[in-house]
Each structure stands twice: as C-alpha cells, then as structure tokens.
Design a protein around this ligand. Structure first.
Ligand code: 5AD
Ligand code: SF4
Length: 481
C-alpha cells in the first residue's frame, strides 16, 4: 500500500520540477510510459525483484524501492529471474560483499536469456570506490548503480536507464536532503519500520557505516508523527523507529527534541499498539528514556544494546565511549527499573589486539548481564576505517577459538533467560503462517521472542493472548487462550 499519486495532472512536455518530491512523481509518470512499452513488447506485465542484504534500515529502503517499481507498473516477485532486479547491498562485513558478487554471476546468466532484463545495484556497498571500480570492469552487464544518499532519485534513475545505453552510475558522497512522501510498498500489512534519522556520527573504529551512510540527520517530529498516523490508518499496529543511533535523535534539529520526547508523542497515536526501536548506543541511553519506557503501555519490552566487547581496553580502541563497568551498570539499572525488559546485543570477536583475556571479559559481561540473545560477529577488516590500519590483527585460528567460546556462552545464557517464561500467558502479535506447519501461526512477544501455535490466516496482524507451553531453545510452542 502507498499513497495514491495523481499522475494525470503531470505534464511530461514541461521540464521536470525542481522540488524533489514533485520531481520524482514526474519521473514516475515518465518511467511508467517506458514500462508500458516494455509490457507491450513482452505481451505481459513486467516483473521485478528487490533483494535486501543487511539491516532493518536497508529493509525499509527496499520497501521504498519496491514502492517506486510498483508505481511505474512492475509486478513484484520473489524470483530473481525477473525483468528488473535490484540488489540493495550491505558492506558492514566483507562476507556481505562477497555474497553480492557471487549472486551477480547468476543474474548474468538470467540476463543472457532475457535481453530486456535490467540489473541495478544500490545501498551501502556502492558507497565504496573500490567496489564501483570492480563493477565497472568485471560486471559490465549491470545497468544502474547508485548509493545510499540518492535513493529518493530512484524513479529518475530508472527513467535514465530506459533512455540510454550502458551502465549508469550516480554515487553521492553525502547529502543533507531528506525527501518525504514517496511511494512505499510495505512487506507486512500490520507492521512497519520508519526512519527517524539517517547516518551516524559515532565513528566506532571498526565500522564503515559513518563513511557509507554519511552524517547524522534527524527527520522532523511532525513528519514522523504524520507518517505513523497514516500507517495506523492503513492497518499498521506495530512500528519500529529506525536509526543507527536512535538515542541521539533530534539533537541536530532546529528545535531540538530528545528521543524520549519523540516516543511520548508517538505513544499518543490512537490505534497504534506496539512501538519498537533500533539501535541504541549505550553511551547515549538516558534516564529520561528508561523512565518513558517504564511508563509506556506501547513500547515493547525489548532493548537492543550493542556491547561489542566486554574489555574496557578494547572498547577504548573501538572508540565506544563507555567502559565494561559503565555498560554493566546501565544494564543493571534497566533490569532494576523494567524487570520484564529483554536485553539483546551485538558482539565482535577478533578486533585488532584482542587477547584471550579480553574475550574472558566479554564472556564475563554476557554472564553478568544475562543477555536474552546476542548476535556474535567475527571482526571484518573494512578498508578506510581506523581499525583496519591498527597493529595486532588477530590470526584466524585465534579468532575462531574466541568466537566459539563467546557463542557457547551466549547460547547457554540466552537459553536460561528464554526458558523462564514457561507457563506464562502473554500478548502476541501474529505475524504469519508457520513456515513448516500450515496449521500453525507464528507470533511475536513484546520481548521479541517467537511463539508458534495452532491458528489460521485470519489471525495475522492481530494481538492475541497465548499460553507459553513448551520452550524449544530460542522459541516457544503455545496455545491460544
Ligand atoms: N566487523 C564485524 N562486525 C561489525 N559490525 C560492525 N562493523 C563490523 C566489522 N567491521 C557489527 C557490530 C554492529 C553490527 C550491526 O555489526 O556488532 O553492531
Ligand atoms: Fe545497514 Fe550498515 Fe549494512 Fe548499511 S552497512 S546495510 S547501514 S548494517
């Protein structure tokens, strides 16, 4: 679903408008003409596929890409053997990049059989110069490449693809623009992500995000509220407010506002049942925010609070701006104030200079905080980041040993945390039919745990009460009450 666009009043004989939203509507109309011609040649509606790598921010961007593609006349499919395929890429770790190169080879095979096929690449990976050089020399069959800062121009770039031969590349190094009100094709009818800010100013020494996503920019609260209201009117009951570091939301606005204040405004929206947010940086998590969550009926009992390392020495080298003790203190405060809050985290193993003793410190924090879940990553050296140039890059075998130790601890601690809910009656938002058993549905607890129980399609998008009967590792089997 997206806003209806009145394309009838747009005159393509005039020059494209300057104002960005209107300008993109102009190009949506123009591209629609080319897609209609393509449909005539093919004798059917052309298909398109949007493939997402990476995080929630990228997933939201992909909904925007899909919104444009649908508006210009494509039919969305999950099959990459389509008439238009776009990869929305991630570059936070090198394995994400390698996956893209591998799959591009497969796309080339499809294109040889379908000469009308167009292939596009966008997202974080495209902000890296070396990647662009490689694509230009070794992947010449790609039709369109753009980055993270000009995604709002997709309709215009799509038009250019149909008007010219050869690869089009348009990469910006940064932007201060936030373009509102373009079409979005949501993946789920009942829940949605919403960008509240873009970019990141933290410069953690291992992380490429500040280089590929640019400086921090917050959206105006009124625009965010309006978007949530529209979504709720359209059937959404759960939203996730998205930003690289939501705790610093609003600081750079003309009329500054805190993230906690924004949450209070969002809470007031009638019909909205659940509020989530991602991601929090421990250094910016305020007492005000804890208080607002504590008093809220809608904010979910789940906080994703990346630790990265439990060693104060490594945290300093990572430029994380907190110590082991400060993190534990914060987690204890949250558990004390909001006892039913699940805390999950991200951990990196193998940062330059990390020793077995540093890994011990990380393991100590995992045990003391009792994380409800954790994503554990092997450190990936990202060109251009300060950590890539640091001495003491850890040999692979050492990293593997530390990684296995951390993973085992996480699994043990998380299993203990999750099992404590057995027998409870909880509110669940039903998200879909169970993938393995069509007589069952899958729902999510406020604390982000999944539960599977007998139910039908009619429950999707509804909040129901479920008894948690049986804990199976990371999820539950339950019964509707
Ligand atoms: N290597 C490994 N993991 C990384 N992350 C970010 N950069 C790197 C890197 N260079 C992880 C962090 C972050 C998550 C999104 O990805 O843990 O929180
Ligand atoms: Fe998301 Fe970062 Fe990956 Fe970009 S590089 S998709 S912002 S995790």
């Amino acid at each position: 679903m997206h806003r209806e666009i009145d394309l009838k009043n747009i005159n393509l004989n005039l020059e494209p408008p300057e104002e960005e939203t209107e300008r993109q509507y102009y190009f949506i109309k123009k591209a629609s003409g080319y897609v209609a011609e393509l449909a005539d040649r093919l004798g059917r509606r052309p298909t398109c596929c949007v493939t997402t790598f990476g995080c929630q921010m990228n997933a939201r961007d992909s909904e925007k890409l899909a919104g444009i593609l649908e508006s210009v006349g494509y039919e969305i499919t999950e099959d990459e053997n389509a008439d238009f395929v776009i990869y929305n890429t991630c570059t936070v770790r090198d394995n994400a990049n390698q996956k893209v190169y591998g799959r591009l080879g497969v796309l080339n095979g499809y294109k040889k059989k379908n000469p009308e096929m167009k292939i596009a690449l966008c997202g974080c990976m495209m902000q890296e110069k070396t990647v662009i050089e490689k694509i230009k020399t070794s992947y010449k069959f790609v039709d369109l490449v753009f980055g993270t800062h000009n995604i709002f121009k997709f309709a215009e770039l799509l038009t250019a693809v149909y008007e010219s031969e050869g690869m089009i590349t348009d990469i910006w190094s940064d932007t201060d623009k936030i373009v509102e009100d373009l079409p979005v094709e949501r993946k789920h009818s009942f829940k949605s992500g919403i960008n509240i800010m873009f970019g990141c100013n933290n410069f953690c020494s291992y992380c490429i995000v500040p280089y590929v996503r640019g400086r921090e920019r917050s959206r105006e609260p009124k625009d965010i509220i309006m978007e949530v209201e529209r979504l709720v009117a359209d059937g959404v009951v759960e939203i996730m407010l998205l930003g690289q570091n939501v705790n610093s939301y609003g600081k750079n606005l003309e009329n500054p506002i805190t993230f906690a204040e924004l949450l209070k405004e969002v809470e007031k929206i009638e019909g909205l049942e659940r509020i989530r947010f991602m991601t929090s940086h421990p250094k910016d998590l305020s007492d005000e925010l804890i208080e607002v969550i504590k008093n809220s009926k809608k904010i979910c009992r789940h906080l994703h609070l990346p630790l990265q390392s439990g060693s104060t020495r490594i945290l300093k080298a990572m430029n994380r701006c907190y110590t082991k003790e400060k993190y534990i203190e914060l987690a204890e405060k949250i558990r004390r104030e909001i006892p039913d809050m699940a805390i999950t985290t991200d951990i990196i193993v193998g940062f330059p200079g990390e020793t077995a003793e540093d890994v011990d410190e990380t393991i100590d924090v995992i045990r003391r905080v009792r994380f409800d879940n954790a994503f554990t990553f092997i450190y990936s050296r990202r060109t251009g980041t300060p950590a890539a140039a640091m001495e003491g890059q850890v040999p692979e075998a050492e990293v593997k040993k530390g990684f296995d130790r951390v993973l085992r601890t996480v699994q043990e601690v998380a299993a203990g945390q999750i099992s404590q809910y057995r027998g409870q009656s909880v509110e669940v938002l039903v998200e879909g039919i169970n993938e393995n058993d069509s007589s069952m549905v899958t729902g999510r607890l406020s604390n982000n745990i999944l539960v599977h129980f007998k139910g039908s399609e009619s429950l999707i998008g509804r909040l129901v009460r479920v008894r948690l009967d049986e804990c199976r590792g990371f999820y539950y089997i339950g019964t509707v009450e």
